[in-house]
Write a protein that binds this ligand. Structure first.
Ligand SMILES: C[S@@+](CC[C@H](N)C(=O)[O-])C[C@H]1O[C@@H](n2cnc3c(N)ncnc32)[C@H](O)[C@@H]1O
Length: 250
């Protein structure tokens, strides 16, 4: 399937070069994320992007290519797994795939040791799109959510990887508990999996910002809309999946 976000550089990368960057995020999710970043630009929501758990840069490069001139990105990773060479791979993929490297900061750090100021510092402003894909323990995810929340644009989006992954069932509990403490925030979209190595993502924003994104996603991707929504007690989130369908009951 050819995927399209509406940003030519992202669409070329995702459809032609994505597999040349080893990683764990799906093409489908990269396209939805880039579309949301395009929507932000159209709405005048300017800001930077950040990622915890950048690895070789598969998803990071898609986000970097979705930035407007003057916007910056920061990629954070311990860059230890499977070896420190992973950082060199990231840098060479960014060069090869047309990322404005001068606008990118690659931070070798454990996010547990960082403050929000450490992330906002190199960016010089608020973050409009923050992807969290680092340490997959509930405690670390809660910390990373706190980092992102403190520096997010009021209409910005936090995107969480590996939600509903069979290997990390308690991450969803951590998100739910974090949302109880941040009633201004909600999940507005579940981006479904393509495969077990590219599990669903949640996209979160403030309640009042959800309307900026929801209908636009439904208008642009009706063929991927799973009509039974995602239930969050006080609200529902839309579900986008590459293969929307219900079980056939004979
Ligand atoms: C699943 S990989 C990320 C995949 C990548 N985002 C992609 O789209 O292909 C998870 C990454 O998180 C990094 N990581 C794990 N714990 C971390 C921590 N506490 N701080 C920063 N990075 C961490 C790992 O080194 C690893 O590179």
């Amino acid at each position: 399937m050819k995927y399209g976000s509406g940003i030519a550089a992202v669409d070329h990368y995702v459809n032609h070069d994505y597999d040349s960057v080893f990683g764990m995020s799906s093409q489908f999710a990269a396209i939805i994320a880039a579309h949301v970043m395009k929507r932000q630009s159209q709405l005048g929501i300017a800001g930077h992007m950040a990622e915890i758990g950048t690895f070789e840069g598969r998803f990071f490069i898609a986000m970097a290519l979705a930035l407007e001139p003057g916007e910056r990105g920061v990629g954070i990773d311990t860059f230890e797994w499977p070896s420190p060479k992973v950082r060199d791979k990231l840098l060479s993929h960014m060069q090869r795939l047309g990322v404005r490297t001068a606008d990118m900061t690659v931070l070798t750090a454990n996010s547990a040791d960082l403050t929000s100021a450490d992330i906002a510092g190199p960016l010089g402003g608020l973050v409009r799109f923050f992807h969290i894909d680092g340490d997959h323990t509930p405690k670390a995810l809660t910390h990373d959510l706190d980092l992102a929340y403190a520096i997010m644009h009021p209409k910005g989006v936090i995107c969480l990887d590996d939600m509903l992954h069979p290997g990390f069932p308690l991450l969803t509990v951590a998100v739910y508990e974090w949302l109880q403490k941040h009633p201004d925030m909600r999940v507005f979209c579940v981006i479904d999996r393509e495969d077990i190595v590219a599990a669903p993502k949640f996209m979160l924003c403030r309640h009042e910002a959800a309307a900026l994104y929801e209908q636009d996603l439904l208008d642009n991707f009706p063929e991927w809309h799973f009509e039974a929504a995602s239930q969050w007690e006080q609200w529902v989130a839309i579900v986008l999946t590459p293969h929307p369908r219900f079980a056939v009951v004979e």
